[in-house]
Write a protein that binds this ligand. Structure first.
Ligand SMILES: NCCCCCC(=O)NO
Ligand SMILES: [Zn+2]
Length: 344
């Protein structure tokens, strides 16, 4: 299985995020990709290659042009107002009864306009890191199109919370959605995206909400209790041409493999029924019992079982790294999914 990785992930190294009322060191940090790459090399998954640059066009197939412009220029505008010693974080958002009809001129206003949390710092290197992550995913999609059975895009920053025109949850560009669209543009008639991250992939859901050619299935903690809170419920099934092409499988805090496996089997059945030509797998490993910000109870060996179950779906599969913050065990857990898949 080819692995696509760029050293430019290191350029996303936020100083702090707002979490539980305090500014704390970022959980989404460069060490995450380093430990995954080290484990991948140690177990002999590979080869590991650099991404091919794809430019802005594939990003515009998924994201709003004005939003991309904002992301590309936000840091420079921030520095003019606030200096370069503090990361760019929003301070207010659009509440019900307020208007989104106008994009503010102020950088502070635009940070709030385009985001949904204060946990996702924009830094000097964010644009380069985020576009490199998207290139990882696009290069993986190229490999599937060339006939590879699987590929792993070792992406940081992650992407599944990023929507058509918004960022948050440590995500700026939706790597998985960009890859799914690239597979569609490359001739796949139907593509499925399966999101196994602990958190609902609200960005991916929003991007494909009215699309019947891309099925989105997400297994995640119940949003009544868990970030991102405001979507991801089981009654959200898509709209228009996308009606029925969105499946949210919510699970309670404390879920272990026995509960998770049942949801994964239901997800696999739905994907088989859909008749996809390819699968994009949003691989978050924050379902791990040792994850510092999550509340499922999967064990490292369960990720082997997860990989095997994904192989059982029987589609060419592009794995795209999402979350997972138990850094010491992240490499083993992610590599276990890939090993389980290859042995599946
Ligand atoms: N700061 C709130 C929690 C952000 C969750 C990010 C994540 O892992 N999403 O999958
Ligand atoms: Zn997550």
């Amino acid at each position: 299985m080819i692995v696509i990785h760029s050293e430019e992930h290191r350029l996303q190294a936020g100083r702090s995020e707002l979490n539980d009322g305090q500014l704390v060191p970022c959980y989404e940090k460069p060490a995450r990709a380093d430990i995954v790459r080290a484990r991948i090399e140690a177990v002999g998954i590979g080869p590991i290659v650099n991404p091919t640059r794809h430019g802005i066009a594939p990003l515009e197939r998924v994201h709003d042009a004005g939003y991309l412009d904002f992301l590309r220029t936000a840091w420079d505008e921030w520095v003019k107002e606030h200096g370069a010693d503090i990361d760019a974080l929003p301070l207010n958002w659009v509440a019900p009864g307020m208007s989104r009809r106008r994009v503010p001129r102020s950088i502070d206003g635009r940070l709030g306009f385009y985001s949904f949390d204060a946990g996702t710092p924009i830094t000097a290197g964010t644009w380069r890191a985020a576009t490199a992550a998207a290139d990882n995913a696009l290069t993986g999609a190229d490999r599937l199109r060339a006939g590879d059975r699987s590929a792993f895009a070792l992406c940081r920053p992650p992407g599944h919370h990023a929507g058509h025109a918004f960022y948050g949850g440590y995500c700026f560009l939706n790597n998985a959605a960009i890859a799914a669209q690239s597979l569609r543009d490359g001739g796949a008639a139907r593509v499925a995206v399966l999101d196994v991250d602990y958190h609902h992939g609200n960005g991916t859901q929003e991007i494909f909400w009215e699309r019947g050619d891309v099925l989105f299935v997400s297994i995640h903690a119940d949003p009544a209790d868990e970030f991102p809170y405001f979507c991801g419920h089981a009654d959200e099934t898509g709209a228009g041409a996308g009606d029925g092409a969105n499946l949210n499988l919510t699970l309670p805090w404390g879920t272990d493999w026995s509960g998770y496996a049942q949801a994964l089997a239901a997800a696999a059945a739905r994907i088989r029924d859909f008749g996809a030509d390819a699968l994009v797998l949003s691989l978050g490993a924050d379902t791990y019992g040792g994850d510092p910000i999550s509340r499922f109870r999967l064990l490292s060996e369960d990720f082997l079982r997860m990989g095997s179950a994904i192989a059982g779906i029987g589609l060419p599969t592009l794995f795209v790294l999402e979350g997972g913050y138990a850094v010491d065990d992240l490499g083993v857990n992610v590599a276990n999914v890939l090993t389980g898949f290859e042995q599946g």
